[in-house]
Write a protein that binds this ligand. Structure first.
Ligand code: ARG
Length: 453
């Protein structure tokens, strides 16, 4: 294996360990799309879930049954109408719906057994009928009232995986056909789960299908990578005319869950191998995440960060876009440095050296290559400019050999070496021949938004 691959692998392992520590003992509720259950990789999905369970994560599974219900109703020649995505369940259909719901739950229990894991199917969801809406009688289709979370917690504490079929019972024991997406969302809220997963049979929320709030993070494959609660709310508002679009329904459930105590909701394609693991154990993830808690943060560098910061600078130093730095130098100028962290791990750095009340220098800007093209450099730059403003500097300058385009896109203007402060002019290395770029903080007009994202 070559050095680069080895380094990447070490980085991946380090990152995974950070998340293992973070999620040990946490509760994850996982809704599995019904079509996945027939997918050739499905046994691997359950294997991965069993792995998470054995690692100390408390897992709850909600299997979707839509496809199985369709098959069983067809086999027994029972017809049910679907209105706005909800199946109208006649009393005659309910035994077949139960058959399908328990059949998929059983399948999961069997696969868990193959992985040396105990699953238990239960009647822990209370429901009532939807009733009559706009003249339509929904009959035995129900909505969830509550989940008996005390019992579910006891089951989890016993080291078992609770499996929820998509059936809810009234206080008198009448069964209702309920939505497994809504069920999973309710369970996650009542258990105050750290995560709710919608393991789907599509690749996440595609950006070009919807109207998006500004600055939403989209992957190179066109999938929305993440949205905080405010962005998710904005997206729901912008696409309110598509209320019954099934992906918007997921965003709506995710948004609600995040406002009711769930930290993160992930919509992930379950068809690819190891997707759930990639989503959980990497900071970049592999699907669409709606999140309520802190994800990324810029803060001053501390002594303990120096090793990691040097590590992030290394590739740029090697390709000569950054000057070499030592731990002692970083230590001496500690208060100049800031770090960009994601889930507590450092992925970027930068420094602001104040030379005089007029001039400050942005330096040592570097971003972990695994996090490239996510706007981290731009966020660090904004932060450093803000720091310069707070220090009442009039101008910020930067010396660059490799990134003139990036700086001019960010609003910097090329300038002469003569514009540098005296001390810097003296140090200027003619052989290196860096370009000088400046950014004026003087006029209001300059305070417009940075254009590099
Ligand atoms: N691994 C982290 C988590 O599970 C972050 C996932 C980020 N995912 C994303 N689609 N942007 O919380």
């Amino acid at each position: 294996m070559n050095q680069i691959n080895l380094k990447e692998q070490v980085n991946i392992i380090r990152e995974a360990f950070g998340y293992i520590n973070q999620f040990k003992g946490a509760t994850f509720v996982i809704k599995l799309d019904s079509t996945l259950i027939e997918h050739p990789f499905f046994s691997l999905v359950i294997k991965d879930i069993a792995l998470l369970h054995h690692m100390g994560i408390k897992i709850v599974i909600v299997p979707g049954a839509r496809q199985r219900i369709d098959e069983i109703l067809k086999a027994f020649h029972v017809r049910c109408r679907i209105v706005n995505g909800t199946r109208i369940t006649s009393p005659g259909a309910i035994p077949f719906i139960k058959m399908a719901a328990f059949d998929v739950s059983n399948k999961i229990m069997t696969l868990l057994a193959e992985n040396n894991t105990h699953g238990i199917i239960g009647n822990w969801a209370k429901a009532r009928g939807i009733g009559v809406i706009n003249g339509i009688n929904y009959q035995n289709s129900g909505i969830i009232e509550k989940v008996n979370s005390d019992i579910v917690k006891t089951v989890l504490d016993q080291g078992m995986i609770p499996i929820f079929p998509n059936i809810g019972w009234s206080a008198k024991g009448k069964p209702y056909n309920i939505s497994s997406n809504e069920l999973a969302a309710t369970i996650s809220q009542e258990l105050r789960a750290a995560k709710l997963f919608f393991l789907a049979d599509f690749e996440g929320i595609t950006a070009n299908t919807y109207k998006l709030p500004r600055n939403v993070q989209v992957t190179a494959d066109g999938i929305i990578s993440r949205m905080n609660v405010t962005e998710a709310e904005k997206m729901l508002e912008l696409n309110s005319s598509r209320k019954h679009d099934f992906k918007m329904e997921l965003i709506s459930l995710a948004h609600k869950a995040c406002t009711e105590g769930v930290q993160r909701v992930h919509i992930v394609d379950g068809r690819g191998e190891g997707m759930i693991l990639k989503e959980i154990f990497s900071s970049r993830g592999w699907g669409t995440m709606i999140y309520a808690n802190d994800f990324e943060n810029i803060r001053p560098m501390q002594h303990a960060d120096i090793g990691e910061v040097l590590h992030i600078m290394q590739p740029s130093i090697k390709e000569r876009s950054l000057l070499p730095r030592t731990a002692e130098e970083l230590e001496t100028n500690m208060e100049d440095y800031v770090v960009f962290e994601i889930d507590g791990a450092i992925h970027g750095c930068g420094a602001l050296h104040i030379h005089s009340s007029d001039q400050a220098e942005v330096a040592a800007l570097a971003v972990d290559s695994a996090q490239a093209n996510q706007g981290i450099g731009s966020k660090l730059m904004k932060y450093l400019l803000q720091k310069a403003r707070a220090a009442k500097c009039k101008e910020v300058f930067v010396l660059t050999t490799q990134a003139p385009d990036w700086f001019s896109k960010a609003g910097f203007k090329e300038a002469s070496v003569l514009s540098l402060p005296e001390s810097k002019k003296k140090q200027y290395n003619k052989n290196r021949n860096s370009l000088v770029f400046t950014y004026s903080l003087k006029r209001k007009a300059r305070q417009r938004r940075l254009r590099v994202e």
